[in-house]
Design a protein around this ligand. Structure first.
Ligand SMILES: [Zn+2]
Length: 448
């Protein structure tokens, strides 16, 4: 199997991927809090970690891909109130929309999409375990993690307890033993809540992800290969997940920690206060999901990405180019009676080398475009170089699959093949009246 190298935030270096369980890859990506329409930034991890998933699958690994929907949060409670609907109604409609957009941008749905509300029993017992072993404590209905009980705290982000304490503001009226302790359970009177031995309330976000991973991957002791999410989640979210996992499962939760960069709008940070938040549904509607995916993959996943009229237009142009060449080759091969299912990819080293080097999608796309050039050259050969065209087509098809770029297929039955040949003959005989009539038919059928 080809070697994969990835840049883990844990240790900040490129590392060779060695799975926890041979032949298998477990991936968990922090998903959205489902309270309103997702913006394009929410879909960068959806696209880049889908590309990781597809790459591992293509290399022959058995992949389990998990991404959650956070359905317990103040923002959900407030938004549901505003809309006058229940929290469940709100989260369910946002999840349905998120799933639709995930399809639109060409990402596979996760194998498992856990929601905190479905793991409450496990959360309560997990927190209870942490209180019992002394790494957490109750304080008037809240439960906090005793951060200084974890000697390795700060390993991921560099934010050690000593550093945090010196920079911490003194919190007035806090029940916490230390300002750097974080909540595992919060007392609450409002919104969705559960009755527990520690009191009525709901879990903290950092605990949710941790417990869901621990439950879903309990066979591996709650230790997975890859934990992913945006850079902003590195601290405190992921650091706190690790601390809990060390205290509960005696492991650091994930072997590799991968973080994706942000999306800027015209080189400005996307934020509510700047009023430049771009919704995913608007981009998909206006430009299409595939150009958006191409645009995202055209930047390395760890680098900042610019969304602008130019970058999306460029991606649209590239997508058209791919679609046109793919269709022409597919039709030409069928007219030459080549069995498409018999075509075998060949000579793909460069493409896969790029992807296996920390998912270098911009370079992989450059390889795809180079292959497209070869495909177009083969299309222009006369007599048709079926062998080169077939091999190139098989490569392009495979590359598109690995990158998750969907194209329209043009299967031809015998009747349509005959029609197409008639069109070519009419053109050759300069019978333009006849060729125009057939051309219209072929366009109507979506073949031309
Ligand atoms: Zn998370």
């Amino acid at each position: 199997m080809r070697k994969v190298y990835l840049y883990s935030s844990l240790g900040n270096q490129l590392q060779e991927f060695v799975p926890v369980v041979p032949g298998k890859v477990s991936i968990y990506v922090c998903g959205p809090t489902v309270y309103n329409d997702p913006h394009i930034g929410n879909f960068r991890p959806v696209i880049v970690f889908d590309a990781w998933r597809r790459l591992f699958k293509r290399l022959g690994y058995e992949v389990t891909f998990v991404s959650n929907y956070t359905d317990v949060d103040d923002k959900i409670i407030n938004r549901a109130k505003e809309l006058g609907i229940s929290e469940k109604e709100l989260t369910e409609s946002v999840i349905a929309e998120f799933r639709r957009l995930t399809d639109e941008v060409g990402s596979l749905q996760p194998d498992i999409t856990p929601k905190p509300t479905e793991y409450m029993e496990q959360m309560i017992s997990y927190i209870d375990d942490l209180v019992k072993n002394g790494s957490a404590y109750e304080a008037e209905g809240d439960v906090y993690f005793r951060t200084n009980s974890d000697e390795q705290y700060g390993e991921l982000s560099g934010n050690t307890v000593a550093k945090l304490v010196s920079g911490a503001r003194i919190e007035v009226n806090s029940q916490k033993e230390s300002p750097v302790d974080f909540a595992l359970w919060k007392k609450t009177e409002e919104g969705i809540k559960w009755n527990t031995p520690f009191g009525v309330g709901r879990p903290g976000w950092h605990t949710e992800c941790c417990v869901m991973i621990s439950s879903i991957f309990h066979n591996n002791g709650g230790y997975i290969d890859i934990h992913g999410g945006g850079f902003d989640l590195k601290f405190p979210h992921h650091e706190n997940e690790i601390a809990q996992s060390r205290a509960h499962n005696h492991n650091g939760l994930a072997k590799y920690w991968l973080h994706n960069g942000f999306i800027n709008i015209d080189d400005e940070k996307m934020s509510k206060s700047l009023g430049n938040v771009v919704l995913a549904k608007d981009v998909v509607k206006e430009y299409g999901g595939m150009p958006f995916r191409l645009m995202v993959l055209n930047t390395h996943y760890r680098a900042p990405l610019t969304f602008s009229a130019e970058t999306i237009a460029e991606a649209q142009k590239t997508y058209m180019k791919i679609q046109t060449a793919y269709k022409q080759a597919e039709v030409a091969l069928q007219l030459a009676d080549v069995d498409l299912s018999s075509l075998v990819p060949n000579n793909q080293d460069k493409f896969f080398e790029e992807l296996c080097n920390d998912l270098n999608t911009p370079n992989a796309i450059a390889e795809l475009l180079a292959e497209l050039k070869r495909l177009n050259q083969a299309l222009r050969t006369n007599p048709l170089d079926k062998e080169t065209l077939g091999e190139s087509f098989a490569n392009v098809k495979d590359y598109l699959n690995v990158l998750g770029i969907r194209v329209k297929k043009t299967p031809l039955n015998e009747e349509n093949k005959a029609l197409y040949r008639e069109y070519q003959a009419a053109k050759k005989a300069k019978d333009f009246e006849r060729s125009d009539v057939i051309r219209a038919k072929l366009i109507e059928k979506g073949i031309l």
